[in-house]
Structures are given as C-alpha cells and as structure tokens.
Design a protein around this ligand. Structure first.
Ligand code: PMV
Length: 404
C-alpha cells in the first residue's frame, strides 16, 4: 500500500484580486490534511480503480463515475501524465480532515494527495511543479477561472507570494505568528463567488480595477510587515484587505460577526480567507501572550502545555460530537410513514409530501427495514452519552484549574 497526503491552505492576503493579476500571499495548513492510500487488488480488470471516499459517501469503480467527478478526473490525469494505462487493478481510499467548501483548499488537497499516492505507487513520484499543474486542471473544471494559488501552495507546501502566470515564489516567514481560524459553518462556493465578482467587474471595470489595486497595496504592506516581524502592521493590512473584500461584495453577515468577535477579543487584524460568502475567517492573535499551563499525568505535573493546546484538546472531541450528532440526526430524519405494519399501506400515501410537511430529510427506502430500524435511537443515545463524557472531562479540568 502507498499512502500520501497533502495539506490545506489559507490565503493571508489578496484573494479575488489575484484572479485579476494582482499578488496574493498564501500559507499551508500542515496539520489539516487529505490522505490517499493506493493498493493493488488481487482481482479485477487491468486498469480498473475502485474508489472509496467515506467523507462524501462515495464507493464506486472509476468507470462508474461521471467523467467530471473530481476524483475521476485526477486519477485519469495522473495516469495520462505518467503514460500508464493498464496498471494492475487498484483500490484507492481517500479521506480528509479539511472542512469542505470552506476556503481551506480541501478539494485541491484531495487532488494532490491522490496524485502523490498514485505516482508514488507506480514508481514515478511527481515534482511539485507537475503536481501543481495537474491539480490546476481539476481546479479549472470546477472553478472556471482559478488563479492557480490553491494548487501552488498545496503542491509546494510552503508559504507563497503568488502572481498569476509568474514563477512560484516561496515566501519565507521570518518569525512565527499566530492565526486563529473561525469557521462560519456556511459553505463557501468558490465558483459562485468568483463568478459574481466577474460580473461585477464586467459591469464596473474601472471601480473594480481600482479596488484590486488597493488590495495589491495591502499585500505589499503585509509582505513587508511579515518580513520585519511587525505584527501590528500585518493586522492593519488584514483589516484594510477585509474592508476591500466587503466592497468587492464577498463578505457575509456571519463572517463579519466572527471578525468583529475576534477584534473585540484583541485580534490585531481579521479578514475572510478564500472565496468568502461563508467559509473561514482568519484573525491575527497577539504574539508572546500565550500562557503556559502545567500538564498533569498520574496526578503529577509532567510537561508544560500551551493554553491553546489545552483548549483544542476539548475543541476536537466536541467537534466530533457535533459531526456524530449530525449523522444521528440524519438517520432519525428518514420518514418511515407509508410502510404500514411491514409491507406498505392499503391506501395511497404521498410520502414525499409527508416528508416535507413533517420536516424529515429523506424517505425510507425499504418498508421492512423502516419498521424494524432502531439505529437512529441507538445512534442518538450513544452520541448524547459521549457528548456527556466529553463535557464532564471539560468540567473536571475546569474544577482542577480552580482548585490549583
Ligand atoms: O478556493 P478558495 O475558496 O480558497 O478561493 C480561492 C481564492 C480566489 O482568489 C477567490 C480564487 C482564485 O482562484 O484565486
């Protein structure tokens, strides 16, 4: 088996204007990753690929997928790039911890992870430049007129100063700084946002060109600030960039609320990151203020722990609870009405209408299964119980903190 992964990304400054030739700064998110595992199958036709992507509930053979399905596209592009056709039958499993459609480069990371796994599995690992070019082809299919910034930062996995059409310029970051990501929980549709900006630009070219020039000014300001470790100025550049993104029309009430909250909590600057209209915001935290806590094990102080490390140790279980409860809610959202005692009703029932009127999300597929199914109850009980365990763990930590 060959396993490869690729990182997510954030755009620090310059999104949207970058599509119109202005510079932008982007950085990888090495801890958020998509992973692809390729392994030969004992049985199957030569050249066949069985693709499994549990995050999007996909399990299918390559030839069954629509030709523009992104995973199908990247598998075919990689084969073409390597001039490989009749490989042994292959299983490809793809997973990702990057939230989808939230401006964090999830689709690009999946493409790059897949092409890395396949090319390594077939003995011809591709250089970052070629990885970037192949992932760009998938971006073009799904985002219309992408600038190429996402595939560049993900393939090189380095901060980049990016200008469309220019050679990739890695951008070394002199001193560490801390960014906080805030997820609106709303999907950010890149092609829609980019299309909307295009329409606005076509209607008012002069105004939009001037806005993009001002965005470029914030990128120059931010770049210099990062080189000099001047975080106050970087925050200023982020705030100015956000005002311009508002004027461009890609912010949203939810993003503004997160940005305002971050600013009130002391952020030096905050802005949306990526296409906007949902997705994530980034906020620049003041550096040098991070408290260090004593980490305990076996009732003894063991290691120093950063406060953020501790906070995130509670965030992740609660995040899993949220996902689990969402899945349980979706199981409970299947309408059994119309199944009768076991094999249907003697009178006509408009199940679609009932589903919508009662707020269910789908109609059960099989009446025998529907009348017997209690999965939703068990899933709800388990999800609730585990949420309780996680909240109790948080409570215990807080009580110990107060006692110290
Ligand atoms: O895919 P996203 O949400 O990270 O957006 C990419 C950044 C844009 O500038 C909006 C589009 C582009 O291709 O550069």
């Amino acid at each position: 088996m060959t396993i490869a992964s690729a990182c997510g990304k954030i755009i620090l400054l310059g999104e949207h204007a970058v599509v119109y030739g202005r510079p932008a700064l982007a950085a990888p998110l090495p801890d958020l990753r998509a992973t692809a595992a390729a392994s030969d199958l004992a049985e199957g036709e030569p050249g066949s690929v069985c693709i499994e992507a549990p995050d999007i509930e996909l399990a299918a053979w390559l030839h069954e997928l629509s030709p523009d399905q992104p995973l199908a596209v990247i598998v075919r592009l990689t084969r073409q790039a390597l001039a490989i056709e009749k490989h042994p039958p292959l299983a490809l499993r793809v997973q990702s911890s990057i939230p989808v459609a939230s401006g964090l480069g999830s689709g690009t990371a999946v493409s790059v992870a897949v092409l890395r796994a396949l090319s390594a599995h077939w003995g011809h690992p591709l250089a970052p430049e070629r990885q970037s070019a192949l992932a760009f082809e998938v971006e073009k299919l799904h985002h219309g007129t992408p600038s190429g910034i996402d595939n560049t930062v993900v393939a090189y996995e380095q901060p980049v100063y990016f200008v469309r059409g220019d050679a990739t310029q890695p951008f070394p970051i002199g001193a560490p700084f801390t960014l906080v990501l805030g997820d609106t929980g709303l999907r950010s549709n890149t092609s829609m946002a980019v299309g909307m900006v295009l329409q606005a630009w076509q209607a008012e070219k002069e105004r939009f060109e001037a806005l993009f020039d001002r965005v470029a000014g914030t990128v120059a300001l931010g770049r210099k600030a990062i080189e000099q470790g001047d975080w106050a100025t970087l925050g200023e550049a982020m705030d100015k960039n956000q005002q311009l993104l508002q004027e461009i029309g890609v912010s949203s009430d939810e993003l503004e609320t997160l940005i305002e909250t971050a600013k009130q909590a002391g952020a030096l600057g905050a802005k949306l990151s990526g296409a906007g209209m949902g997705g994530n915001m980034i906020a620049l935290a003041e550096t040098g203020m991070e408290p260090i806590l004593p980490g305990y094990t076996h009732l003894q102080q063991a290691q120093p722990v950063r406060a953020a490390h501790w906070v995130l140790s509670h965030f992740w279980p609660l995040h899993r609870d949220l996902v689990r409860l969402g899945r349980a809610a979706s199981s409970a959202g299947s309408l059994p009405l119309g199944s009768g005692a076991l094999a249907g009703c003697p009178f006509p029932v408009d199940r679609q209408w009932l589903m919508e009127a009662l707020g269910f999300s789908q109609v059960s597929e099989n009446s025998l299964d529907a009348v017997a199914d209690r999965d939703w109850a068990v899933e709800m009980a388990f999800s609730g119980a585990l949420l309780g365990v996680h909240l109790s763990r948080l409570g215990e930590d807080l009580v110990k903190c107060l006692a110290l």
